[in-house]
Write a protein of this length. Structure first.
Lengths: 345, 324
């Protein structure tokens, strides 16, 4: 018996460690983005520089700033000395611990020496990117698009799902099948006429192509809401109707109060989805910098500043922070939403 | 609620006519219920007509016309010209081959990896499965452009992946984003980052398998592998099938990652000139609407054929527990 528990403990240890290791690798890009975003361009281009955002150590001597190096001395010790005069065969160093002693001459090429680094996160990168991409404006655009999109989606999908869940009407089965079928329809097949029409009616270059369609419901969220509404018993509906409540009133005072979990799930879902939408804003807001949300701005920014990886990563972190934080807060609702659409089909 | 007066009013007109259609006599009560139901789903009906049905038909009509966004010559019927041009367009077939080759690499990964991770997370030998599930899901919510740009540097020569590979003794690790032979694996790596939803769906499916089935299998002497093969996989087959169908539709339209990663150039060496990237350039950059529509229609046809084949094959391996 004892041996069996030991074997079990080993299995637990092995599997848990393995998965923890996979997770570390899986999430490492987030850490990478965070660390790179705080580095100087010099550190990023320098091979063998430390993982943490750092600067080469420096020392100020007689009003000038000098780089510090690890210098192996003839007595066998290695000391951190500041390089004050570079030479090919020999160089002069000052000991920061004892500057009064004056320069020490060291024979050898200073280029072979390694530098000590000190932690120096460049928070200024964020401030600079903030201004370069006009972050407040892009953030405002993203938030407005996401909020209106979420409101429109939740409103329209709730009404439609309620219609499918609670009313019998001719053709309901077929309509629902058609609704589900649209999930499997490649977007490319409707894209070109839609885009052409939006160009012709002058909507391209405004938020309308992004904000109007959500008012007409979408298959995923209708399905999600309808599945949930079906699980709510009808007794209360009927009681309310006998008391003279109309369908809208039943929806508002009977169904919705019991459906909060799924409404929250759909809201968070849609909010993050709108936040992460890229293609719509890309084609409908091309050339209108003042209207573009973060993702489009970020892609454009990458085209200009690709030679400054720290800036790009700072922009990435600024873009991904809000959805990730929202997810962490609402992860239960989020995961439940995925489960309902994915499993109960 | 007052946001849509115009929409609901016009919907009412249209739907009332439709609701009278069926000949079976309905009681006044049933008729009222039908009317109300149709009114509630009216936003979707209108949206379906405006943003799905009409554009689909229009896409088809476009393929027989000469529509461009600038429209320098008058619109006229061109017969099958667009289709003939399509059949002879080497770029179209090259880009289709890019998409299909990537699909063959990506689809198995996108099915197997979430399944395997979910099986691991569902094991009784794991601790902290719930927090791990959340963390595996997290990259899924990272905005897509930010994700691509993070990976662009992760996979660069000075990025962490090659640092690790060098530390493991691979002196010249691949130049992931600039080597024709490494770019698809690189895109797969980036894709795997977003499999959080797949893990969650698989995990929920695994938890829904009745434990009696495993007990019965054990009594019959089935080991871990036999249980996976004869209980888990058949019981999971509807979910695997659903993921596969959605995966096919998605991968056939894959192009946003290369668009951001390579600025739509198709580099290296045309290997990222995916079918939909080609389509996007055709209608967006060159504004050739009719030709783009013809390309879209071809893609739709391919998707339809593949989906139908998969549905047909599904009868052999997908097991629906609820069916008699």
């Amino acid at each position: 018996m004892k041996r069996r528990t030991a074997a079990e403990a080993t299995r637990v240890a092995v599997l848990t460690t393995l998965f923890a290791a996979i997770l570390v690798a899986f999430l490492s890009p987030l850490a990478y983005a965070g660390l790179q975003s705080l580095k100087t361009p010099e550190q990023i281009t320098r091979p063998n520089s430390p993982i943490l955002p750092s600067d080469p150590a420096t020392y100020e001597w007689q009003g000038e700033t000098y780089d510090v190096y690890y210098v192996p001395l003839p007595d066998g010790t290695t000391r951190e000395l500041a390089l004050v005069k570079k030479g090919r065969q020999q160089s002069d160093f000052v000991d920061p611990a004892n500057p009064g002693a004056g320069p020490i001459t060291w024979v050898g090429s200073w280029r072979t020496l390694e530098q000590p680094w000190q932690l120096a996160p460049q928070w200024a990168n964020y401030a600079e990117v903030w201004n370069l991409i006009n972050f407040p404006r892009a953030l405002r655009n993203t938030i407005i698009l996401a909020l209106v999109g979420t409101f429109a989606t939740v409103l329209s999908c709730t009404l439609v799902a309620y219609g499918f869940a609670r009313f019998r009407f001719p053709g309901r089965g077929m309509a629902f099948t058609l609704l589900i079928a649209t999930i499997f329809l490649p977007a490319a097949v409707t894209l070109i006429p839609t885009y052409t029409i939006f160009v012709k009616i002058g909507w391209v270059g405004s938020w309308l192509p992004l904000l109007v369609p959500p008012f007409f419901a979408n298959a995923y969220d209708v399905f999600l809401l309808r599945q949930y509404f079906m699980t709510i018993p009808r007794d209360l509906d009927e009681a309310a109707m006998i008391d003279g409540a109309g369908p809208l009133r039943v929806l508002r005072s009977v169904v919705l109060p019991q459906a909060w979990p799924v409404i929250v799930a759909v809201s968070i879902f849609t909010f993050v989805y709108s936040w992460n939408d890229f293609f719509g804003p890309l084609i409908y807001l091309a050339g209108h910098d003042d209207l573009q949300p973060l993702q489009v701005v970020l892609a454009h920014f990458n085209g200009i500043y690709y030679q400054n990886p720290a800036f790009i990563q700072a922009g990435n972190v600024m873009t991904l922070l809000i959805p990730v934080v929202l997810f962490v807060i609402f992860q239960r609702a989020f995961i439940r939403g995925i489960v309902i659409t994915g499993v109960e089909k | 609620m007052n946001q849509l007066p115009g929409i609901t009013a016009s919907a009412r007109l249209r739907l009332r006519r439709g609701a009278r259609g069926p000949s079976a006599p309905m009681s006044p009560l049933a008729r009222r219920e039908a009317r109300q139901g149709l009114l509630f789903i009216a936003p979707w009906i209108l949206g379906f007509l405006a943003f799905t049905a009409f554009p689909m038909v229009a896409t088809f009509v476009f393929t027989f016309l000469n529509i461009t966004l600038a429209q320098t010559e008058p619109i006229h019927f061109v017969g099958l010209d667009n289709y003939v041009q399509l059949a002879n367009d080497k770029q179209v077939w090259d880009s289709l081959s890019v998409t299909l080759r990537f699909a063959i690499l990506w689809l198995p990964v996108s099915i197997v990896v979430p399944f395997v991770i979910a099986v691991g997370l569902n094991s009784r030998y794991i601790r902290g499965a719930s927090i791990m599930r959340t963390l595996f899901f997290m990259p899924y919510v990272v905005p897509f452009v930010a994700g691509v740009l993070v990976w662009q540097q992760m996979l660069s020569d000075s990025g962490w992946l090659n640092d690790v590979l060098r530390a493991l003794g691979w002196s010249k690790p691949p130049s992931w984003l600039f080597d024709i032979n490494a770019i698809y694996p690189a895109l797969v790596i980036m894709g795997v980052w977003g499999i959080g939803a797949g893990i969650v769906i698989n995990l929920a499916g695994l938890r829904g398998i009745p434990t009696e089935l495993y007990e019965a299998a054990r009594i019959d002497g089935a080991g871990a592998w036999a249980q996976l093969r004869h209980v888990t996989i058949p019981m999971m087959s509807p979910i695997i099938f659903y993921t596969l169908i959605l995966g096919v539709i998605e991968v056939l339209q894959y192009f946003l990652v290369p668009l951001v990663l390579k600025n739509g150039t198709g580099e290296p060496g045309g290997s990222t000139m995916f079918y939909n990237l080609n389509l996007y350039l055709t209608f967006f950059n060159y504004q050739e609407m009719s030709y783009g529509a013809t390309m879209a229609w071809l893609l739709f046809g391919i998707a339809l054929v593949i989906t139908m084949i998969l549905f047909w094959l599904a009868r052999r391996w997908v097991y629906y527990a609820g069916e008699r």
